[in-house]
Design a protein around this ligand. Sequence first.
Ligand code: BES
Ligand code: MN
Ligand code: ZN
Length: 498
Amino acid sequence: MKIAFAKPQVPTEGAIVAAVLEGRTLSPTARALDERSGGALTRAMAASRFEGKKDQTLTLLAPSGLEVSRVVLVGLGKAESVDDLAAQAFGGAAVAQVMGNGDTQALLAADDLPGAGLDGTAFAAQAAFGARLRAFRFDKYLTREKKEDKPSLKKLTVAAADPQAAKAAFASLDKVADGVFLTRAVVSEPANVITPEALAEEARKLAEIGVDVEVLGEKQMRKLGMGALLGVGQGSERESQLVVMRWMGAKDQEAPPLALVGKGVTFDSGGISIKPGAGMEDMKWDMAGAGAVIGAMKALAGRQAAANVVGVVGLVENMPSGSAQRPGDVVISMSGQTIEVINTDAEGRLVLADALHYTRDRFKPVAIIDLATLTGAIIISLGNEYAGLFANDDGLADGIAAAGKAVGEGVWRMPLGDAYDKQIKSDIADMKNVGGREAGSITAAQFLKRFVGDVPWAHIDIAGMAWSKKDAATCPKGATAFGVRLLDRLVADRYEEK
Ligand code: BES
Ligand code: MN
Ligand code: ZN
């Protein structure tokens, strides 16, 4: 779907989408449509329960007096509550309504709304962003899908008072959407396609947009002493990888970077502590943390962010086999700390232990943020509404929470503490990799904390957020790319030179 910007108009073909505020207050374009159709919009609203509340939609087919195929009204709620997210939801709802009805083009009327929390230019740009995000489809394997089941929409024109300015404001959002799409695509791919090497190859492609990419194989990781990460991958036929992506966009390219670290388990069978069969297919998306870091690097480089950011992702496949690690094994991490592997299904923290230590040791970052589909327990705690946030630094935690709120990727802070840390004491090694049933997400975070030393660090457990079973305003069901927008926003708010 192509997105273009133009002046407000009443088109002579295709669909038109216009906004209505709560209380059935028509936007200027909706008012013009109502007049030309002899009051068809007013009558249609009266005949329905559509009141212009947020998320409500109403479609009028082929209204007389107009040449368009349909008029779609999208409710925006109260004017004063219209912000970036509401504008994005408006664009997303519009696309959802017109994408698959046979229309090849549609006009989205992003009128200036008096009393709205953002100006017309920002409203149009954010609506376009939401529209693009909602239009994502992962259909490459649907080889027999009928033409009438495929999206028909080819072009969406966003109408704004100052189309040039809206287009300019959309440019960097468009790059963020590129990052989101990369993440959604790699997370959607099955594990027979996205192996550690294949995902490393996807990251390598970021070199085309100026990211410096290095890939370490097992031999190099063995030399570095990454026994924790390598232990997870040792049962797999696929070679484990560690990918380092560097975007040095600050004026001083030597200034210490922000570091993003991702868990990239391309398939988590559980290993010898094998998972039950039901739902195991979900574990193809156990690399969503790594996927988000790769997507965030794409977004940052794409929009030429003026910040130094390194992304490090540990890529492994967790499989049971004759060479797999066993419960009870003791591994030596790169930091020198030894780990008793009680449960081979608590593998993400083992991968991150070495990725975090390597990142801190090599880059001396100002802060480290890791993203991981780390624990089922965080889904028990927070469901599919918030990711779990753990941090050893209040300022960093607050910045992440604020960025998440601004982009609609909610995080909820969870506690850390010595009492939890005691749960991972081992009789035979420096720690064990599980801490019992109680506070499972917290003991996992305590484990990670042992590998970051005194660097400001935050861990975001995205197990409940990486994949969605239902459509949302700006995200069709499936891979969400949770974290990409949050990280992009955090960099813009706190790490970028203005
Ligand atoms: N990848 C899983 C966590 C997960 C579960 C992500 C469900 C998404 C949906 C992780 O590697 C895992 O298996 N964790 C175990 C830890 C346990 C063995 C201490 C879990 O949560 O059960
Ligand atoms: Mn696991
Ligand atoms: Zn896992």
